[in-house]
Ligand binder design. Structure first.
Ligand code: PHE
Length: 351
């Protein structure tokens, strides 16, 4: 009876102590209070020796029950505390799924790639093939086979970068007209050719409208019975397609060593439409292409019979078209890789 009282008291005391615990450390202290070296329950078990033998099993059982109950209650409160801590942490760290996600930056085609594809699409639709050649070229393909022998003054306007030592025969091509020499040589049957060759070219230039590296596109058509009328029709169609149907096109006599006759092609100013402005220097016209009938010497050097075959060729700077089309004042920005510049060309954030 007396022992039962003791048991009740212990449990009451335990409940009282547990009411004020807030941390795991508090629990540890409560545990020590009951089960520690000097603990209430430990002390009670000391009494075992004073108990008469026949009472010992009962007393032992009671002791165990008390111990178990204390342990169970401590475990329970520990578990509750851990659960509470976890819930608080989850609440604090919770993810707000209603927040908008981070926007993904999406790139877009470089203005030069767009222009190049636009040009290619047009010419492919007219039956041309896209032909590419190397940027490191021989002097022969860049000049000699285009009727520009060594020390010809026409080289001055196309001074470029030359390789050194054992590669001194090579240079960075100054014009995509190199494609003329290559395409004719590669065409073993010496039959018709219809190609456009887009690509990078190099010159010793550098200012707002000239870059040491820029992009040209070359066109070459070789066949029987090709005339200046074909050249004019093709280039007129080309200019109107790229710059708009209202564009007027005019042909001026000019000189290129590899074409005869040669022309320069002007279009009505994209900005003022021909009335005169700062862009066209008040002339109403802007020069966009060099062209002409392939010189018989060039045909012969390419292995073609110039009595049987004729051809026309044209070349233009794609950067100039990009500058006009996208209103880019400085050519150097095209090659600067500045994201702020490039972002203007249809670079959109995905929502
Ligand atoms: N290659 C010439 C240039 O770079 C342009 C051109 C090409 C002229 C084809 C005539 C025929 O200036």
């Amino acid at each position: 009876m007396e022992e039962n009282m003791e048991r009740e008291n212990i449990i009451l005391k335990l409940e009282e102590k547990l009411e004020s615990v807030t941390t795991k450390n508090d629990i540890a202290q409560v545990k020590a209070y009951f089960l520690g070296y000097d603990g209430v329950v430990t002390k009670m078990s000391m009494k075992m020796k004073e108990i008469p033998n026949e009472e010992k099993p009962r007393f032992g059982k009671l002791l165990n029950e008390i111990k178990n109950e204390v342990v169970a209650r401590l475990d329970k409160i520990t578990l509750e505390m851990e659960e509470k801590e976890l819930n608080e942490k989850l609440e604090k760290d919770s993810i707000d799924i209603t927040l908008p996600g981070r926007k993904i930056k999406r790139g877009s085609l470089h203005p030069m790639t767009r222009i190049e594809e636009e040009f290619e699409d047009l010419f492919v639709s007219m039956g041309y093939q896209v032909y590419t050649g190397p940027e490191i070229e021989s002097d022969e393909n860049c000049f000699q086979k285009l009727n520009i022998p060594k020390s010809h003054p026409a080289r001055d306007a196309q001074d470029t970068f030359y390789l050194k030592d054992e590669f001194e025969k090579f240079l960075l091509r100054s014009q995509t007209s190199t494609a003329q020499a290559r395409a004719m040589e590669e065409n073993k049957e010496k039959g018709p050719i219809r190609i456009v060759c887009p690509g990078k070219v190099y010159r010793r230039d550098e200012d707002a409208t000239h870059s040491h590296q820029f992009m040209q596109i070359e066109g070459l058509v070789i066949d029987e019975g090709v005339s200046m009328a074909d050249l004019k029709g093709t280039l007129e169609l080309f200019c109107k397609h790229i710059l708009g149907e209202k564009t007027k096109v005019r042909f001026r006599p000019s000189f290129f060593p590899f074409t005869e006759p040669s022309v320069e092609v002007d279009v009505t100013c994209f900005k003022c439409g021909g009335s005169g402005c700062s862009l066209c220097k008040n002339t109403g016209w802007i020069e966009v292409l060099g062209a002409g009938m392939v010189h018989p010497n060039v045909l012969e050097m390419g292995g073609y019979d110039s009595k049987k075959y004729q051809g026309f060729a044209f070349g233009t700077g794609m950067d100039r078209f990009a500058m006009f089309k996208y209103n880019i004042p400085d050519i150097r920005t095209i090659y600067g890789n500045d994201i702020k510049f490039l972002e203007q060309f249809d670079r959109k954030d995905v929502d």
